[in-house]
Design a binder for this molecule. Sequence first.
Ligand code: SF4
Length: 657
Amino acid sequence: MASRCPGVLDWHLAEDGGLARVRLPGGIISVEQLREFALAAGLGAGVVELTSRASLQARGLPVREQGRFLARIERCGLLPSRAHDRVRNLLQSPLAGRHPRSSLDTYRVVRAFDRALCADERLAALPHRLVSCVDDGSGLGLRADADLALVPAAADPARRLELLVGGCPSGLESELATAHELLLDALRAFLRLSDRATKAPRNVHELPGGASRLAQELGAQLGPPLLAERCAPSQERPLGEIEQRDRRRAVFALAPLGRTDAGSLLALADGLDELGLRELRVTPWRSLGVLDLAPEQAQRVAQLLTAAGLVCDRSSGWVGLSACAGLGACGKARADVRVAAASRAAVRGASDPPEHWSACERRCGEPERPEAIRVVATAVGVVVEGPGGERQLGSVEAAAGALGSVGAGATGGANTGGAAPSGSSAPTGGTGGAGAAAGASAHPAAVPGDLDYLRDGREIYRRSFATIRAEARLERFAGPLERCVVRMIHACGMVDLADDVEASPGFAAAATAALRGGAAILCDTEMVAAGITRRRLPADNEVVCTLGDPRAAELARELATTRTAAAVELWRERIEGALVVVGNAPTALFQLLIRLEEGWPRPAAVIGVPVGFVGAAESKRALAARRHLVEFLVVHGRRGGSAIAAAAVNALASEEE
Ligand code: SF4
C-alpha cells in the first residue's frame, strides 16, 4: 500500500488519498477501457493524471474503495496479470505506422510483447523503472533514457527490427512478427545478470558492466551510440490535427499540467463512442490522441477533446508547461506551484522555453532539456533557474510575475548564483527586475517569504483574469458575455461557474444597449446596488433599490409575500427598458415573472442570479423558460449572490478590465 511506485494493487498513500497507476503498454487504451478507468477514478476525487511513461493514474482514492477500483480495472482488461501490475514502461510512437517517417507499425509488436510478458512469471521481477521502447522509424517512440529499444533495421526497415541496448545498436535483428521475442530475451538476460549482482540494479546502466555486459550476455557486441538517425529520439510533440501518411487524420490534445478528471474522460468516451471510435493513445507527453480519422471526423474529435478540458491548440501557453503534484497532493510541497504555473499559461507562448514548477527540492517530473526554465520552492525561497542563470524570489506568485510574457530571458542578469538569506524574499543584488516586474514592489528584507504578497492592484486583476481564462470553459461565450462570465467567476472564485451560465442569444446586446441608452438599473437588494461601480456606468445610469421604501413592508403584508418580492411592485413605473438585477431573492424573481406574465412593460434584460437553497434554482429555471418574455442571464443551480450579480453589471457597463 505504501509503495512509492504505485500500481492498481499497491496504492501510494498521498496527501490527497490513494494514488493508483494503471499500466498501458504502448499507451494503447480502448474507449471502453477509458470509460471504465474514469468510473474507477470517480470512486474517489476523480482526479486523473497522465504520466510521462504514458500511463494513467487516479488520485484521491479512498482506501475503502480499493476492492471496487481493482474489480473495475481488472474487468475491462487493464490488468491482465496481477503479478505484472508494476511491470510496465513499454513505450511506442503514438503515431506508429502513421507518421511520414514511419517505416512500419509497431502495434502488433507491443501487443505480442505484453501478452508474452504477462505469461512469464519470472518477468514479474523486472524493476519498475526499466524502460523499453519500440520505435517505427519516426523517433517518437524513443527516449534518451531507454534501457532497451527496438528500431527499424538499417538494411530492411519495413520488415525487420534491431535491438538497441542502452541506446547502442546490438546487431541483433528479427522479423516484425517475432521482434518482441528479442526484447523479451534481453529482459530475461537482464534478470539473470541482476541475480548475480550484489545490489539489485534498477536499469541497464546499473548492471555491473552496464549495457556492454548485457549485450555480451545476448551474444552480441554493441556499436557506437546514436550513430544513425534511427537511434535518436525525436523532439517533435504531436498536438492538434495531424495528417497521417495515409492522408487520414490524427488529433492530439494535452492535459494542462498533466491533469484531467473522471467526468471529462467519461464525456469524452461517450462522444468517441457515438462517433464509432474504439481506441485512443496516451502519450508520454501527457496528451491523448485519436488516430485514423476521416477529415470531417477530426474536427468533431478536436471539439470533444477541447470540451473535455484538453488543449489542441499548438500555440497555447500550456504547451511546454508542467508542474509537480504540488500542494494538497504531496506532503512535501512548500507552495501552490500548480496555481502559479496555471497563471503562466495565459501569458507565455508555446515557443517559449519549457517551464517546470516544483513545490520542493525533489523536483519531480522536471524535464532534462537544458533550455528549460525551472522554478523550485526551496526551504529558503523560490529559485528560478534557466540558461541565463538563477535568481531567488520570495514566492511562487513573484516568480510567475518575474518570468513575464517571454520566459527566455527571465533568469538573465538577476542575482545569478546568489542565494537570498533565509526568510528574505526581496530580489537581492539590486538588480531590481524580478519583484518590480511582478508588481511585488520592494519590501523590507525582514518580511518572511510566505508574507511576500503582490502589491500592484492592476497586476492582481490581470493575473486573476488570465488564470480564469486559462482554467474556465469559456468557449461558449464571446464579447461582452465572455467578459460577464469572467467577472462573475472573479467574484466567486469558482471557474466551473461558467458551466452553469445560460443567456438568451440577445441578452448581451440588449443589456449593453440599455446601459448606453441611460436605462435604470433595478436591483433586488442594497448589496447588489452597492456592488455596482458607478464610474463604469456609461450614462450615469440610475441605480435603484426599492427594498428600503416604507411601502414595501406594507405591500408585503398585503400580498402575503416577502419584502423583496413586494419591493418589485414598486418597479412598475420604471421597468420599461430597464436592466433588472436579481442577486439575492428568488421571491423577487418569481414576483417579477408573475407581473411580466400579466403584461407589465418589458425590461431590456434581466440578470437572474439569486442564491440559496429554496427557490433559487427553480426561479432561474422559470426565467430561462420565459425567453419569449425577456432577454435573460442566469447561473443555474444554487449559486449566485450579490457579488456575482454586481460583477455581471460591471462587465456589461464597460469594456475596461
Ligand atoms: S517535487 Fe516535492 S512537492 Fe512536488 S511532488 Fe515531488 S516531492 Fe512532492
